[in-house]
Design a binder for this molecule. Sequence first.
Ligand SMILES: NC(=O)c1ccc[n+]([C@@H]2O[C@H](COP(=O)([O-])OP(=O)(O)OC[C@H]3O[C@@H](n4cnc5c(N)ncnc54)[C@H](OP(=O)(O)O)[C@@H]3O)[C@@H](O)[C@H]2O)c1
Length: 333
Amino acid sequence: MSEHKALYVPEKQAPFAVKSVPTRKPEPGQLLVKVESAGLAPVDWAIQAMGILVEKYPAVLGMDAAGTVVEVGEGVKKFKKGDRVLKESSDCDAFSGFQQYTLAFEDTTAKIPENVTFDQAATIPLALATSAIALYHDGENAIGGTCGLTPPWEEGGRGKYKGQPTVIFGGASSVGQMTIELLKLSGFGPIITTASLRNAEFLKTIGATHVLDRNLSPEDLYAQIRKITQESFKIIYDAVGTSETQNFGYELLAPGGILAAVQHDLIAPEKKVPEKKSFFMYGDVNVPQNQGALKPIPVEVVPGGLEGIPAGLGKLRKGVSCVKLVAHPQETA
Ligand SMILES: NC(=O)c1ccc[n+]([C@@H]2O[C@H](COP(=O)([O-])OP(=O)(O)OC[C@H]3O[C@@H](n4cnc5c(N)ncnc54)[C@H](OP(=O)(O)O)[C@@H]3O)[C@@H](O)[C@H]2O)c1
């Protein structure tokens, strides 16, 4: 059996170490990916340093991975050897990112566009999942909760919330950046975020309309927000998750509003009222409850391989609805 190198935690809170581990063969519906870039997430250090979340050791960590498919399991249709892919990890073992080869599930792996590098791709899975699941999960079996917004990739979703203000605490964090981008696609505005002011210009390039200093006192922050808008806030996203941000965000919410937080509930119980909701999000696309939160565009295959494309273009010209046409060049007669 072949082997590869993995960074692992031998037992709870023990120092990281590198060792050789067996390279597992992908089972049906799985891929084996050569990891070219692995993203580092706060949860990775927290598991090792604080002994949280993981009970089974030795454990391999690393939530985010980008690389090349080197083998596909039985029945895999969407991927082939050589595809550049990104994936979120799930098991602190053979599916984790901090190793030279990782397993991936076909259903929760995505191809990387040509203009995105492996390093850029490795920034996406966990942050996007944490943001998108909290904002757009359809609510069925949602862990914790959901804002229940119509996703921008569904019909009528793009720009749907035009003119609704929102606040995102921690806009410069990975999760915060994804949330700014998604809420911009959803049409929200103004998009107010907190960050170190050195990040203000960059955050405006990705969609924030106002960047307020993360070090403002709650009173000053409130005054600055009210200078920007007097409208009520129905959606607030807390990508920081401290007691300060959660309590401030909850107070700022309008009745009927929802606060999504990246950490467990720290809102003072005496502040809780039935007409305001808050929830702790669970940003893992691999648990069944979260699958389907991020849906690819519905696809329709044009028959006939390359020769079928002109007819497909004709159909496209007349207009398609909520579907992307694709062709399979390998099916060319
Ligand atoms: N629930 C889940 O499923 C889930 C999933 C992923 C992450 N998380 C949690 O979400 C949080 C963010 O994760 P991440 O990967 O996005 O972190 P990250 O990118 O490492 O976050 C770093 C950023 O946080 C910002 N920040 C820190 N404290 C802030 C504050 N008080 N106000 C405003 N900004 C602040 C800093 O902004 P400046 O540089 O501008 O100062 C910094 O750029 C972490 O607590 C993580 O554990 C939860």
